[in-house]
Design a protein around this ligand. Structure first.
Ligand code: UD1
Length: 358
């Protein structure tokens, strides 16, 4: 029996694949590489010494996706695939609704048809909107403030309706706070396309000399130093949260639950700059601008539910997060080479799948 991982080549997906393989799970990855690289998956085999099957396909292509369910014995799905750029979602809302929501519906239809009713869904703290009531618990009021966030919120509601219609579905909704860092090997990490929107990849690119200076979006918030506060969580801790969620839903015979994956600690932008300077030994030049529209002053999790029900909590601290981000950035200043390069093993082609062999 295998775990199907959609969007397995992405930042969170690739780190979760590593932890799944380390735990001895068989995995089948589907990805359309719209915002990720096959090289990330090659490195997953390199890190773990384990092989797995990859299908390059789009979730909207129901016929191709159905072949994956036909050809493999899937016991559960971890669903990462989706667009995630907030700004782009404001410009192109239909693209986001079509891809994220329709893609999820197609996936769930096939899961239903093939009696696969174990699902871990990749949601986001963005579903809490602009709340300043921290720490945020899962039962806080929901309300996204942009189309990307609304796709996450709508999918959560679709999944709750699905479970309501058939209570044998086992669904864990994971609401991520701010994932940063990289695998300790420095071989996989975050590889944003173009100029990064998020804080940590931006800081890393300033440190490595690709960008000149960080613009701090606002220093007039009601926070300790005026800059925005977030709950940064190490990507490996986040990936391990998926394993715990998977174990939980496999143990029970039906349910739908949302869990915060965060550390419960908030760090300001200025503190993150300081921590990164310490980890890298580089000076991060900064400039202050006005607040970024849609940004809350403070956002951090109450992670108690995940601790109590999943037996999971984050263990990696801010220094380790910055050291690992820096190692990845320093070793891969241009991210992944966007195609499988010469030194990599050529994947063996089959009719439908590519096998990543060790
Ligand atoms: C952002 C998204 C959120 C998404 C999450 C994914 C927005 C408004 N929110 O969250 O929907 O789920 O990424 O990881 O885009 N900052 C700077 N300068 C920069 C970049 C960021 O000062 O160049 C500040 C921000 O104002 C914020 C903090 O750094 O206070 C973190 O920002 P970011 O990494 O973009 O994450 P979020 O805004 O929390």
């Amino acid at each position: 029996m295998a775990i199907l991982v959609t969007g397995g080549a992405g930042y969170i997906g690739s780190h979760t694949c590593v932890e799944l393989l380390n735990e001895g799970y068989e995995i089948v990855v589907v990805d359309n590489f719209s915002n990720s690289s096959q090289e990330a998956l090659r490195r997953v085999t390199e890190i773990t010494g384990k092989s797995f099957k990859l299908y390059q396909l789009d979730l909207l292509d129901k016929e191709k996706l159905e072949a994956v369910f036909e050809e493999n014995k899937i016991e559960a799905v971890i669903h990462f695939a989706g667009f995630k750029a907030v700004g782009e979602s404001v410009e192109l809302p239909l693209k986001y609704y079509q891809n994220n929501i329709t893609g999820t519906i197609v996936l769930c239809e096939l899961m239903k048809k093939y009696h696969v009713k174990n699902l871990v869904f990749s949601s986001s703290a963005t579903v809490y909107g602009m709340t300043d009531h921290v720490p945020i618990r899962e039962d806080a009021q929901l309300g996204a403030v942009n189309p990307y966030g609304r796709t996450k919120l709508m999918i959560e509601e679709i999944l709750r309706d699905l479970h309501h219609s058939d209570q044998t579905w086992n669904i864990a909704i994971l609401r991520y706070f701010n994932p940063i860092g990289a695998h300790a090997s420095g071989r996989i990490g975050e590889d944003p396309t173009g100029i990064p929107n998020n804080l940590m990849p931006y800081i890393s690119q300033v440190a490595v000399g690709k960008l000149e200076r960080l613009t701090i979006h606002g220093n007039d918030y009601q926070t300790k130093d005026g800059t925005g506060i977030r709950d940064y969580i190490h990507i490996v801790d986040l990936a391990l949260g998926h394993i715990k969620a998977l174990e939980k839903i496999k143990r029970r015979s039906g349910g739908v639950d949302a869990y915060n994956l965060g550390t419960g600690k908030g760090y300001s932008v200025s503190e993150m700059v300081d921590a990164f300077e310490k980890a890298s030994g580089k000076i991060i030049s900064t400039t202050i601008s006005r607040r970024r529209p849609g940004d809350a002053a403070t956002c951090y999790a109450n992670p108690t539910k995940a601790k109590e029900q999943l037996d999971w909590h984050a263990v990696r601290g801010i220094d380790e997060m910055c050291q690992d981000s820096w190692r990845w950035q320093q070793n891969n200043p241009t991210g992944y080479v966007k195609k499988v390069n010469k030194e990599s093993r050529t994947p063996v082609q089959s009719n439908a799948a590519v096998f990543f062999n060790v």
